[in-house]
Design a protein around this ligand. Structure first.
Ligand code: SF4
Length: 397
């Protein structure tokens, strides 16, 4: 299983699979082919259906600035290997052409057909499932946090930067007024919620803050994706303040949450285009629940149960962003995710001994449910809220 560092990436919103992944591919393409004269970029599947609202064309044009470039939305092509597929056809100064087929597999990660990406391929953990992790910890008398640092001794320096950025995204979000970009004309709400609220409103304000930053193309941390970037930082910041916790506990909670994200990435997906929003906000809720349980003194088993409950009750959650923007339902969904995460860890820390379902089981169920979902509910904006809202607001498009 890969490093927890693979779960948390600092970058520009609004979408890890639709902006960060394509951006990474464009940077690699330019690095590998410095003689690039022009490039045509074809977007397929979810990238073609929601790429406009998710700013895919904008990020590609930014990265290829100075090089003749064209972005083509191929929404009709069906025989693609991954729902987020893009193709670069580059022409060099000597007129030779190079073609890359790229899969943006979620959380900012990419795979390129026929091209090895060393930084993406290395496994850090020998264990590949949560059951294996539990067995190892029990055999070796380790806590979960000892297990993580034994495998990744330099992780806490990395996580300090991640936590710094998460707090910065919250601070930026709760101090910014105005309207989010796009045709929906949605006013930012984090500042208002923060100024008027207490308790739950503050928790929601922090989630809104991060997700509004994301929607506006600001800098955020994937947790595990851009669309689901608010649940975990909001939960951590809220409990840090409420319980007067020092940063070290929060860093360790980030490590615990990241381990669950890494298990999901290994065994299923965090891509809304592959498995709907259960794979994004669902997994974020699960990670935040695990972190919450840890902060509140949860045992290894209670932490696992918190993560399991967090995901179990987000099963079936569809991805249907209105007009393809990462705004409705995404922003509010993160705020609601924080309260589900809280319920999950409070339940887990009280009734874990009788819980029947293991974390690995729920991850498998989430993935199978996602694969069974109609593509209308997997980040195409062809069904659900995206479809019905447009039917009722025909003048908006
Ligand atoms: S509905 Fe969920 S999965 Fe879809 S774009 Fe919004 S946050 Fe991402």
């Amino acid at each position: 299983m890969k490093s927890i560092k693979d779960v948390y990436k600092i970058g520009s919103g609004p979408s890890s699979s639709h902006t960060m992944g394509p951006q990474k591919a464009a940077i690699l393409f330019k690095e590998k082919y410095p003689d690039l004269k022009s490039v045509k970029v074809f977007l397929y599947g979810s990238l073609a259906f929601t790429g406009k609202g998710h700013l895919t064309d904008w990020i590609i044009e930014q990265e290829f600035k100075g090089i003749d470039n064209e972005v083509i939305f191929e929404a009709t092509k069906k025989d693609i290997k991954h729902p987020n597929t893009l193709k670069f056809i580059g022409t060099m100064n000597d007129q030779t052409t190079i073609e890359w087929t790229i899969y943006s597999i979620g959380g900012g990660d990419i795979e390129i057909e026929g091209v090895a990406l060393d930084d993406y391929n290395s496994d850090v953990y020998k264990e590949n499932s949560f059951n294996e992790i539990v067995d190892f910890c029990q055999k070796n008398n380790l806590t979960l946090i000892d297990y993580i640092y034994q495998n990744e001794p330099d992780l806490d320096d990395f996580l300090k930067d991640i936590w710094k950025q998460m707090k910065k995204s919250i601070a930026n979000g709760i101090s910014t007024k105005g309207t989010l970009p796009g045709k929906l004309n949605i006013p930012r709400k984090a500042k208002k919620l923060y100024e008027q609220g207490e308790g739950d409103e503050i928790l929601s304000a922090y989630a809104y803050a991060v997700n509004e930053e994301n929607s506006a193309g600001g800098i955020i941390v994937t947790a595990p994706t851009c669309g689901a970037c608010g649940v975990l930082p909001a939960t951590l910041k809220y409990y840090q303040e409420k319980m007067n916790l020092d940063d070290k506990i929060i860093i360790d909670a980030l490590a615990i949450a990241g381990l669950f994200g890494a298990v999901v990435k290994k065994n299923a997906t965090v891509s809304g285009a592959e498995a709907g929003c259960q794979a994004e906000v669902g997994v974020a809720t699960s990670m935040a629940a695990a972190a919450g349980s840890f902060i509140h003194g949860g045992t290894l088993h209670e932490i696992e149960v918190a993560a399991e409950i967090g995901l179990e009750h987000q099963l079936g959650l569809t991805c249907d962003p209105v007009l393809g923007y990462v705004q409705v339902p995404c922003i509010q969904r993160n705020a609601v995710g924080t309260t589900k995460a809280r319920t999950a860890f409070k339940l887990a820390n009280n009734i874990a001994e009788t819980e029947k379902i293991r974390f690995d089981t729920i991850v498998q169920v989430m993935y199978e449910t996602g694969k069974d979902m109609s593509e209308n509910y997997r980040e195409t904006s062809l069904g659900g809220l995206a479809k019905v809202y447009l039917e009722k607001n025909k003048n908006i498009n």
